[in-house]
Ligand binder design. Structure first.
Ligand code: 5RP
Length: 292
Protein backbone atom coordinates (compact mmCIF):
# COMPACT_ATOMS: atom_id res chain seq x y z
CA UNK A 1 0.00 0.00 0.00
CA UNK A 2 1.45 3.36 -0.96
CA UNK A 3 2.22 5.79 1.83
CA UNK A 4 -0.89 7.97 1.56
CA UNK A 5 0.05 9.84 4.72
CA UNK A 6 3.10 11.26 3.02
CA UNK A 7 1.14 12.52 0.00
CA UNK A 8 0.80 16.28 -0.33
CA UNK A 9 -2.77 17.28 -1.13
CA UNK A 10 -2.98 18.74 -4.63
CA UNK A 11 -4.50 22.22 -4.58
CA UNK A 12 -3.10 24.57 -7.24
CA UNK A 13 -5.59 24.02 -10.04
CA UNK A 14 -5.43 27.54 -11.60
CA UNK A 15 -9.12 27.32 -12.35
CA UNK A 16 -9.17 30.68 -14.18
CA UNK A 17 -6.22 29.93 -16.43
CA UNK A 18 -7.18 28.22 -19.72
CA UNK A 19 -5.45 25.02 -20.77
CA UNK A 20 -2.08 26.09 -22.14
CA UNK A 21 -1.28 23.60 -24.91
CA UNK A 22 -4.29 24.41 -27.05
CA UNK A 23 -2.97 26.21 -30.16
CA UNK A 24 -3.97 24.71 -33.47
CA UNK A 25 -6.87 22.47 -32.50
CA UNK A 26 -9.84 23.16 -30.27
CA UNK A 27 -10.20 19.85 -28.45
CA UNK A 28 -8.34 19.85 -25.16
CA UNK A 29 -5.15 17.81 -25.16
CA UNK A 30 -5.47 16.84 -28.83
CA UNK A 31 -2.84 19.18 -30.30
CA UNK A 32 -0.29 16.48 -30.93
CA UNK A 33 -2.65 13.93 -32.40
CA UNK A 34 -2.77 13.14 -36.08
CA UNK A 35 -5.38 14.14 -38.65
CA UNK A 36 -7.46 10.98 -38.32
CA UNK A 37 -7.80 11.30 -34.56
CA UNK A 38 -8.65 14.98 -34.86
CA UNK A 39 -11.25 14.21 -37.49
CA UNK A 40 -12.96 11.70 -35.18
CA UNK A 41 -12.84 14.18 -32.30
CA UNK A 42 -14.32 16.87 -34.56
CA UNK A 43 -17.18 14.49 -35.34
CA UNK A 44 -17.87 14.17 -31.61
CA UNK A 45 -17.17 17.72 -30.35
CA UNK A 46 -19.00 20.37 -32.35
CA UNK A 47 -16.30 22.68 -33.78
CA UNK A 48 -18.44 25.77 -33.05
CA UNK A 49 -19.26 25.21 -29.38
CA UNK A 50 -16.46 22.73 -28.69
CA UNK A 51 -19.02 20.64 -26.85
CA UNK A 52 -20.97 17.43 -27.38
CA UNK A 53 -24.33 15.94 -26.54
CA UNK A 54 -23.75 12.20 -26.36
CA UNK A 55 -26.75 9.99 -25.96
CA UNK A 56 -25.85 6.92 -23.88
CA UNK A 57 -27.94 3.85 -24.60
CA UNK A 58 -25.41 1.12 -23.87
CA UNK A 59 -27.21 0.06 -20.68
CA UNK A 60 -28.39 -3.19 -22.27
CA UNK A 61 -24.85 -4.54 -22.27
CA UNK A 62 -25.20 -5.36 -18.59
CA UNK A 63 -28.85 -4.54 -17.74
CA UNK A 64 -30.63 -6.27 -20.61
CA UNK A 65 -33.84 -4.63 -21.75
CA UNK A 66 -34.01 -1.35 -19.86
CA UNK A 67 -37.01 0.92 -19.21
CA UNK A 68 -37.05 3.49 -21.98
CA UNK A 69 -34.78 1.49 -24.27
CA UNK A 70 -37.20 -1.29 -25.19
CA UNK A 71 -37.39 -0.18 -28.83
CA UNK A 72 -34.13 1.37 -29.92
CA UNK A 73 -35.25 1.14 -33.53
CA UNK A 74 -38.04 3.62 -32.75
CA UNK A 75 -36.16 5.87 -30.33
CA UNK A 76 -32.83 6.49 -32.06
CA UNK A 77 -34.19 8.06 -35.27
CA UNK A 78 -36.23 10.52 -33.21
CA UNK A 79 -33.21 11.64 -31.20
CA UNK A 80 -30.77 11.79 -34.12
CA UNK A 81 -31.37 15.48 -34.98
CA UNK A 82 -30.62 16.61 -31.43
CA UNK A 83 -27.60 14.60 -30.33
CA UNK A 84 -24.06 14.79 -31.65
CA UNK A 85 -23.01 11.29 -30.76
CA UNK A 86 -24.67 7.94 -30.12
CA UNK A 87 -22.98 5.82 -27.45
CA UNK A 88 -24.00 2.20 -27.67
CA UNK A 89 -23.00 -1.39 -28.25
CA UNK A 90 -22.27 -2.77 -31.69
CA UNK A 91 -25.29 -5.07 -31.44
CA UNK A 92 -27.65 -2.19 -30.77
CA UNK A 93 -26.09 0.16 -33.31
CA UNK A 94 -25.86 -2.37 -36.15
CA UNK A 95 -29.42 -3.55 -35.69
CA UNK A 96 -31.26 -0.36 -34.79
CA UNK A 97 -29.43 2.64 -36.25
CA UNK A 98 -29.52 3.15 -39.98
CA UNK A 99 -26.10 4.00 -41.40
CA UNK A 100 -27.65 7.04 -43.08
CA UNK A 101 -27.56 8.87 -39.74
CA UNK A 102 -24.35 10.84 -39.65
CA UNK A 103 -24.11 11.33 -35.88
CA UNK A 104 -20.78 10.37 -34.36
CA UNK A 105 -20.51 6.91 -32.83
CA UNK A 106 -19.03 6.11 -29.41
CA UNK A 107 -18.78 2.35 -29.47
CA UNK A 108 -18.89 0.53 -26.13
CA UNK A 109 -16.12 -2.08 -26.43
CA UNK A 110 -15.90 -3.50 -22.90
CA UNK A 111 -18.37 -5.99 -21.53
CA UNK A 112 -18.65 -9.06 -19.32
CA UNK A 113 -20.77 -8.23 -16.31
CA UNK A 114 -24.52 -8.30 -15.68
CA UNK A 115 -27.01 -7.04 -13.14
CA UNK A 116 -27.35 -10.48 -11.55
CA UNK A 117 -23.79 -10.27 -10.21
CA UNK A 118 -22.79 -8.50 -7.01
CA UNK A 119 -19.48 -7.28 -8.43
CA UNK A 120 -19.71 -5.63 -11.83
CA UNK A 121 -16.08 -4.60 -12.02
CA UNK A 122 -14.73 -7.51 -14.09
CA UNK A 123 -14.95 -6.92 -17.81
CA UNK A 124 -13.12 -7.88 -20.97
CA UNK A 125 -12.50 -6.13 -24.25
CA UNK A 126 -15.33 -7.59 -26.29
CA UNK A 127 -14.98 -5.67 -29.55
CA UNK A 128 -11.73 -5.55 -31.46
CA UNK A 129 -10.25 -2.61 -33.32
CA UNK A 130 -11.10 -4.10 -36.72
CA UNK A 131 -14.79 -4.17 -35.94
CA UNK A 132 -14.62 -0.67 -34.44
CA UNK A 133 -13.12 0.53 -37.71
CA UNK A 134 -15.71 -1.39 -39.74
CA UNK A 135 -18.39 0.44 -37.79
CA UNK A 136 -16.63 3.72 -38.43
CA UNK A 137 -16.56 4.36 -34.68
CA UNK A 138 -15.42 7.84 -33.70
CA UNK A 139 -14.28 6.53 -30.36
CA UNK A 140 -14.19 3.30 -28.38
CA UNK A 141 -15.61 3.40 -24.85
CA UNK A 142 -13.72 1.34 -22.29
CA UNK A 143 -14.84 1.22 -18.67
CA UNK A 144 -12.39 1.63 -15.78
CA UNK A 145 -13.05 0.59 -12.16
CA UNK A 146 -10.60 2.54 -10.03
CA UNK A 147 -10.60 1.29 -6.44
CA UNK A 148 -12.71 -1.77 -7.22
CA UNK A 149 -11.83 -5.44 -7.34
CA UNK A 150 -11.51 -5.32 -11.12
CA UNK A 151 -9.22 -2.26 -11.25
CA UNK A 152 -6.21 -4.05 -12.72
CA UNK A 153 -8.11 -5.92 -15.41
CA UNK A 154 -10.04 -2.80 -16.37
CA UNK A 155 -6.78 -0.86 -16.74
CA UNK A 156 -5.45 -3.74 -18.80
CA UNK A 157 -8.57 -3.50 -21.00
CA UNK A 158 -8.17 0.24 -21.31
CA UNK A 159 -4.50 -0.05 -22.29
CA UNK A 160 -5.30 -2.58 -24.99
CA UNK A 161 -8.06 -0.41 -26.40
CA UNK A 162 -5.87 2.72 -26.38
CA UNK A 163 -2.93 0.89 -27.96
CA UNK A 164 -5.14 -0.44 -30.75
CA UNK A 165 -6.75 2.98 -31.17
CA UNK A 166 -3.36 4.66 -31.47
CA UNK A 167 -2.38 2.25 -34.27
CA UNK A 168 -5.42 3.21 -36.34
CA UNK A 169 -6.22 6.73 -35.13
CA UNK A 170 -9.42 5.86 -33.29
CA UNK A 171 -9.83 7.80 -30.01
CA UNK A 172 -10.69 6.13 -26.72
CA UNK A 173 -13.29 7.34 -24.24
CA UNK A 174 -12.31 6.20 -20.74
CA UNK A 175 -15.48 5.62 -18.77
CA UNK A 176 -14.99 6.16 -15.05
CA UNK A 177 -17.18 3.62 -13.24
CA UNK A 178 -18.83 4.20 -9.92
CA UNK A 179 -20.14 1.32 -7.84
CA UNK A 180 -22.61 1.27 -5.00
CA UNK A 181 -19.80 1.04 -2.47
CA UNK A 182 -17.53 3.57 -4.14
CA UNK A 183 -17.24 7.17 -3.01
CA UNK A 184 -18.37 9.98 -5.29
CA UNK A 185 -16.10 12.66 -3.90
CA UNK A 186 -13.89 15.07 -5.81
CA UNK A 187 -10.94 13.21 -4.28
CA UNK A 188 -12.07 10.02 -6.00
CA UNK A 189 -12.88 11.65 -9.34
CA UNK A 190 -9.58 13.58 -9.40
CA UNK A 191 -7.77 10.29 -8.87
CA UNK A 192 -9.80 8.29 -11.37
CA UNK A 193 -10.02 10.85 -14.21
CA UNK A 194 -6.35 11.67 -14.03
CA UNK A 195 -5.32 8.01 -14.07
CA UNK A 196 -7.58 7.42 -17.07
CA UNK A 197 -6.23 10.47 -18.92
CA UNK A 198 -2.62 9.59 -18.19
CA UNK A 199 -3.21 6.10 -19.56
CA UNK A 200 -3.67 7.92 -22.87
CA UNK A 201 -7.42 8.33 -23.39
CA UNK A 202 -8.47 11.18 -25.63
CA UNK A 203 -11.54 11.92 -23.47
CA UNK A 204 -13.00 10.87 -20.12
CA UNK A 205 -16.54 10.26 -19.01
CA UNK A 206 -17.21 10.89 -15.36
CA UNK A 207 -19.76 12.27 -12.88
CA UNK A 208 -20.51 15.63 -11.33
CA UNK A 209 -19.17 16.22 -7.81
CA UNK A 210 -18.17 18.96 -5.41
CA UNK A 211 -15.29 21.06 -6.79
CA UNK A 212 -15.98 19.66 -10.23
CA UNK A 213 -14.09 22.57 -11.81
CA UNK A 214 -10.93 21.26 -10.15
CA UNK A 215 -11.52 17.79 -11.59
CA UNK A 216 -11.81 19.43 -15.03
CA UNK A 217 -8.73 21.63 -14.56
CA UNK A 218 -6.55 18.70 -13.54
CA UNK A 219 -7.66 16.50 -16.43
CA UNK A 220 -5.70 17.21 -19.64
CA UNK A 221 -8.41 15.88 -21.98
CA UNK A 222 -12.11 16.82 -22.32
CA UNK A 223 -14.54 15.55 -19.72
CA UNK A 224 -18.09 14.54 -20.58
CA UNK A 225 -20.49 13.97 -17.72
CA UNK A 226 -22.88 11.06 -17.25
CA UNK A 227 -26.43 11.90 -16.31
CA UNK A 228 -26.81 9.10 -13.77
CA UNK A 229 -30.11 8.05 -12.23
CA UNK A 230 -33.30 9.61 -13.56
CA UNK A 231 -33.97 13.05 -12.05
CA UNK A 232 -36.81 15.49 -12.60
CA UNK A 233 -36.23 17.19 -15.97
CA UNK A 234 -35.58 20.52 -14.26
CA UNK A 235 -32.85 18.97 -12.10
CA UNK A 236 -31.27 17.12 -15.00
CA UNK A 237 -31.02 20.42 -16.91
CA UNK A 238 -29.45 22.01 -13.83
CA UNK A 239 -26.92 19.20 -13.75
CA UNK A 240 -26.08 19.81 -17.41
CA UNK A 241 -25.82 23.57 -16.89
CA UNK A 242 -23.71 23.18 -13.76
CA UNK A 243 -21.11 20.92 -15.36
CA UNK A 244 -20.90 22.90 -18.60
CA UNK A 245 -20.42 26.10 -16.57
CA UNK A 246 -17.59 24.39 -14.74
CA UNK A 247 -15.75 23.30 -17.87
CA UNK A 248 -17.19 19.94 -18.96
CA UNK A 249 -17.14 19.69 -22.75
CA UNK A 250 -20.43 17.87 -22.88
CA UNK A 251 -22.77 15.37 -21.36
CA UNK A 252 -23.13 11.68 -22.04
CA UNK A 253 -26.69 11.39 -20.87
CA UNK A 254 -28.81 8.28 -20.88
CA UNK A 255 -31.63 7.77 -18.40
CA UNK A 256 -32.33 11.47 -17.99
CA UNK A 257 -33.21 11.51 -21.67
CA UNK A 258 -34.65 8.09 -22.45
CA UNK A 259 -36.61 7.73 -19.21
CA UNK A 260 -38.11 11.18 -19.53
CA UNK A 261 -41.76 11.20 -20.54
CA UNK A 262 -40.61 13.42 -23.40
CA UNK A 263 -37.20 12.17 -24.50
CA UNK A 264 -37.07 14.12 -27.75
CA UNK A 265 -37.95 17.41 -26.08
CA UNK A 266 -35.50 16.68 -23.28
CA UNK A 267 -32.71 16.05 -25.81
CA UNK A 268 -33.54 19.39 -27.44
CA UNK A 269 -33.37 21.19 -24.09
CA UNK A 270 -30.03 19.56 -23.21
CA UNK A 271 -28.76 20.60 -26.64
CA UNK A 272 -29.63 24.23 -25.84
CA UNK A 273 -27.56 24.12 -22.64
CA UNK A 274 -24.59 22.33 -24.17
CA UNK A 275 -24.36 24.24 -27.45
CA UNK A 276 -26.26 27.50 -27.16
CA UNK A 277 -25.40 28.82 -23.72
CA UNK A 278 -28.91 28.45 -22.30
CA UNK A 279 -29.12 28.55 -18.52
CA UNK A 280 -30.93 25.66 -16.80
CA UNK A 281 -33.88 27.95 -16.20
CA UNK A 282 -34.07 29.00 -19.86
CA UNK A 283 -33.71 25.40 -20.99
CA UNK A 284 -36.47 24.23 -18.69
CA UNK A 285 -38.79 26.96 -19.95
CA UNK A 286 -37.93 25.88 -23.49
CA UNK A 287 -38.70 22.25 -22.55
CA UNK A 288 -42.02 23.23 -20.96
CA UNK A 289 -42.99 25.21 -24.06
CA UNK A 290 -42.22 22.23 -26.25
CA UNK A 291 -44.28 19.75 -24.28
CA UNK A 292 -47.35 21.97 -23.83
C1 5RP B 1 -22.12 2.97 -17.73
C2 5RP B 1 -22.18 3.93 -18.82
C3 5RP B 1 -23.48 4.38 -19.24
O1 5RP B 1 -23.51 4.67 -20.59
C4 5RP B 1 -23.87 5.62 -18.53
O2 5RP B 1 -23.59 5.61 -17.18
C5 5RP B 1 -25.30 5.79 -18.79
O3 5RP B 1 -25.67 7.05 -18.73
P1 5RP B 1 -26.68 7.52 -17.60
O4 5RP B 1 -25.97 7.33 -16.29
O5 5RP B 1 -26.86 8.97 -17.95
O6 5RP B 1 -27.94 6.73 -17.72
O7 5RP B 1 -21.21 4.37 -19.37
O8 5RP B 1 -20.90 2.46 -17.68
Amino acid sequence: MADLEGLKVAKDYHIDTPFANQDGFYVKGANSLDWGMKRHLANIFNPKSGNTVMFAFDHGYFMGSTAGLERLDLLLPKLAPYVDCFMGTRGAIRTCLKPEYTNAIALRVTSGSSMVQADLSHEVVAVDIEDSIRMNADCMASQVFIGADGQLSSIDNLSKVINAGMRYSVPTLGVCAVGKDMERTDRFFKLATRIIAEMGCQMVKTYNCENFEEVVAACPVPIVVAGGKKLAEKDALTLAYDVISKGARGVDMGRNIFQSQHPVEMAQAVHKVVHEGFTDKEAYEFYEDLIH
